[in-house]
Unconditional design. Structure first.
Length: 711
């Protein structure tokens, strides 16, 4: 075809793609917007970034295509690997069609030898997020196995550091920053879900990443199962960043006419550090038609109030107390269904246990609705207990080999197994039981849990992770489509599945099973790198955390909950009269401030002392801001730093108020600034940005809330 250049530009981000006469397109630039470019400019751009003048020859790739290949001289990880009965396929791509728009392009290419067709698409979505999609179709007669198909884009070789994530249960999203590794390096998740130790994203930055400044390029695959994140820093080509689905051998074999579509992959460039990256992804998510628009309800989940000890009278009384203090959504957690008195039995039997709930859940749901609250219910639809009517009737519906179940009890995890939702019968069973309860009981909200990894998953004799995840997405979508207004929270032993793939079908995620607010400060902060606060469940736990044993003040727990979609995960009936009064004040404060927190730009002022955790939310029109100031350990200095706030209007004046509804923050008496004692101060935005406010010497695990309003 005729060589051509395509420029996509939107929201301050540009993608310049060169489509040559032969072979696949190559990206000449991904990053900051370039403004209008003439054809002469584009020719000069290609010349200015080329590596050698033709017809010189090199024992290396001339330029890296959108699907890097060894056959092109690329010495990094291939972007695609396929095989047929003769071995590894080495396609020779010829572009057959090219479609372009202002912010999108689609290329279709074909390999004449195998008949395989490749479709590669790129678009710039809201916020300047570049989305890359690729699909393969077997247009030949011979079956073709897809080993992997990964999205990649080039980044400047001036990047010096790579950040991914690690973690464990109740301590998710721990950032890991290293020097960019040499060579082709892949980090993978093999748990059938991203996992508590999920890489989550790959971020290449110039210098160690900072919140408020610095250039970076990031990638995230919107997929809720196994993934690969990759960097390629080879000495004779550009640096490449990419990601994609991890497939097991034999998992995807395309017969004639069949197609495999790789998960969508997001690429994010920021010249303003991690906050700039988050702002782009948040803008994309908030622009979606299905993004939650209604105010995020203050939630009470009953798990840590009653665990499996369900008593209708007690729970109705708890609902009445919850409504009296301002709770807006009441969620009944695990323990309501047939035979479920502990966590060893009954998953898969989604029928109300009439020995515990003799009149069903209807009376509780009716009372909750009478009190003006939404009613939510816990399910774990992807799992099954061997001690269940479902498993006894359909042992073939488990996502495991039957011989393995008989001979290898280690496949059990938390006394449960995985239900093969790619099996039509299993899928229909779960869908129909849940759908009937939603309709009959009047369920407004589902807490959807997923409490184990997938181990040696098999569907019809092949690895089953891809088919399982595709079925789960379909089930989410079918339930919410059949019941308008139904919302679903994705929980996976806490934060083991908090990716943009699940957010295409879920309405929020549970960030962690940890209710320790010290741990939560960082868990929620780093979860927020991708998800805006309105999508992150953040609850107030009991005084002594069940996950760490740490004892913290109620005020600190509430301030931490304010950072997300707030709620309570504790027994309100066990609180004192004084504490219940504080809960009422917090509920009113949350309702007042959530319009800013859940629509504003999130930023994290950079302070030298690692004890501080400061999160600011600035309204889109900069008329208001909410700032949560917290510590996670003792301060390094007797006189702390000043708090400087980015994002305010420098030409406006602001009233800064200390919102003490949640109770006072304890601090050392020798540093208590006048403004902090007074609780209010008026200052120009420029002063707040450049000079800042003297912070008090807070004790460890203390927090306060500031509310700024433009005068």
């Amino acid at each position: 075809m005729t060589p051509t250049d395509v420029v996509l530009e939107s929201d301050g981000v540009a993608l310049v793609v060169e489509v040559p006469a032969r072979g696949l397109p190559r990206v000449l630039h991904w990053g900051a917007g370039l403004g209008p470019l003439t054809p002469a400019d584009l020719r000069a751009l290609a010349q200015g970034s080329s590596r050698q003048t033709p017809p010189g020859t090199l024992d290396a790739a001339w330029e890296v295509s959108v699907v890097p290949a060894e056959s092109d001289g690329w010495t990094g990880r291939p972007g695609l690997q396929m095989r047929d009965s003769r071995g590894i396929l080495v396609p020779v791509w010829e572009v057959e069609s090219l479609e372009t728009q202002r912010d999108a392009l689609a290329v279709t290419a074909r390999d004449a030898r195998s008949g395989v067709e490749l479709t590669w698409r790129a678009r710039i979505g809201a916020g300047g997020v570049v989305w890359v999609d690729a699909a393969l179709r077997n247009g030949g007669a011979t079956p073709v196995e897809v080993e992997w198909l990964e999205a990649t884009l080039p980044v400047p070789t001036s990047t010096t550091h790579l950040t991914t994530f690690d973690g464990r249960w109740t301590r998710e999203k721990r950032p890991v920053t290293t020097v960019v590794p040499a060579g082709a390096v892949a980090r993978q998740s093999r748990r059938g879900r991203p996992g508590h130790d999920a890489p989550t994203a790959g971020i290449l930055s110039v210098g160690e990443p900072r919140w408020g400044s610095g250039a970076l390029w990031a990638v995230h695959t919107a997929w809720s199962s196994d993934v690969t994140y990759r960097t390629d820093r080879v000495t004779d080509a550009v640096t490449v960043l990419g990601a994609g689905e991890l497939l097991r051998p034999g998992e995807i074999v395309l017969a004639a006419g069949e197609e495999y579509a790789a998960p969508s992959t997001a690429f994010v460039h920021s010249a303003e550090g991690l906050d700039g990256m988050a702002a782009r992804v948040h803008a994309f998510l908030r622009a979606r038609p299905r993004h939650p628009r209604a105010p995020r309800p203050l939630t009470l989940n009953t798990w840590e109030a009653v665990y499996f000890d369900h008593d209708p009278t007690r729970l109705i009384a708890l609902a009445e107390l919850a409504a009296s203090v301002g709770i807006e959504r009441f969620v009944l957690d695990d323990g309501w269904f047939q035979g479920r008195r502990d966590d060893t039995t009954s998953l898969g039997d989604w029928i109300v246990d009439r020995t515990v709930w003799p009149d069903g859940l209807g009376p509780l749901a009716t009372r909750v609705h009478e009190l003006g609250m939404q009613f939510g219910l816990w399910f774990e639809p992807e799992m099954v207990s061997l001690d269940s009517d479902l498993a006894r009737a359909h042992p073939d519906w488990l996502l495991h080999d039957a011989p393995s179940l008989q001979h290898d009890p280690a496949l059990s995890w938390r006394s449960q197994y995985v239900l093969d939702l790619a099996h039509p019968g299993a899928y229909a069973h779960v869908r129909d039981q849940i759908s009937a309860l939603v309709a009959d009981v009047g369920i407004d909200f589902i807490k959807w849990d997923h409490n184990r990894d997938l181990v040696d998953s098999r569907h019809e004799g092949r690895p089953g992770g891809h088919a399982q995840m595709t079925a789960v997405y379909r089930l989410f979508a079918e339930l919410t489509g059949a019941h308008p207004g139904l919302e679903i929270e994705s929980c996976s032993s806490g934060g083991a599945r908090t990716d943009l793939g699940i957010l295409e079908v879920a309405d929020r995620v549970w960030a962690s099973d940890s209710n320790d607010p010290v741990e939560r400060q960082d868990i929620q902060r780093w979860t927020g790198l991708l998800l805006p606060p309105e999508l992150i469940g953040a609850h107030v736990g009991p005084e002594a955390s069940h996950s760490s044993g740490r004892v913290t003040d109620l005020a600190y727990r509430m301030a931490t909950s304010l950072l997300g979609s707030a709620g309570f995960e504790t027994d309100l009936a066990a609180l004192s009269t004084d504490d219940l009064a504080v809960v009422r004040r917090f509920a009113a404060l949350y309702r007042e401030l959530r319009p800013v927190v859940h629509t504003g730009t999130v930023s994290h002022p950079d302070l030298r002392d690692p004890a501080w955790r400061i999160t600011a939310f600035t309204a889109p029109d900069r008329a208001e801001a909410v700032v949560v100031v917290a510590t996670v350990r003792s301060l390094e200095d007797a006189r702390p730093e000043r708090l400087r706030l980015r994002g305010l209007d420098p030409d406006a004046r602001y009233r800064v108020r200390l919102r003490d509804e949640i109770g006072p923050a304890r601090s050392a008496s020798w540093i208590t600034p006048e403004w902090f004692s007074a609780g209010v101060i008026d200052l120009p935005g420029a002063v707040l940005r450049e000079v800042g406010l003297q912070l008090p010497a807070l004790w460890p695990a203390q927090a306060f809330v500031l509310h700024l309003t433009r005068l």
